[in-house]
Design a protein around this ligand. Structure first.
Ligand code: FES
Length: 124
């Protein structure tokens, strides 16, 4: 399938996303700064619309060198998409679940040319 435009890069919020339907296939296209990522809108848990969930920074634990926990903090670098059905989280940059290596969103090729964002969905 040829590349399909999903809009101007400047029309995406940062962080932000659009969920588009391309010939019956739903794709979530995400923007983080100057970078774009795209995934099939199907959660690896139970096929929920993972790309339509909240976008939030990854919550991590601030552990000091002596092992003391300073509590939970939001990551300054990792943004996650959270599936609205049961809360599985996925790193927007990799599509991976933070702890289950088998659970990841299925990637779609995305590119930006002349300010326009394109995705390329393989034929079924
Ligand atoms: S379907 Fe996504 S977390 Fe269950």
């Amino acid at each position: 399938m040829p590349d399909v435009s999903v809009g101007k890069a400047s029309d995406f919020a940062d962080p932000g996303r659009k969920v588009v339907d391309i010939s019956g296939t739903e794709i979530g296209v995400f923007r983080l700064g100057d970078d774009f990522f795209a995934y099939h809108n199907i959660c690896p848990h139970l096929d929920g619309p993972a790309c339509q969930g909240k976008i939030l920074p990854c919550a991590t634990e601030d552990v000091q060198p002596d092992g003391t926990s300073m509590g939970r903090v939001f990551s300054k670098t990792q943004m996650n998409i959270i599936c609205p059905w049961h809360g599985y989280e996925f790193d927007i940059r990799t599509g991976k679940h933070p702890t289950d290596g088998r659970a990841r969103l299925r990637p779609v090729n995305v590119s930006v040319r002349d300010g326009e964002v394109y995705v390329n969905v393989p034929a079924r």
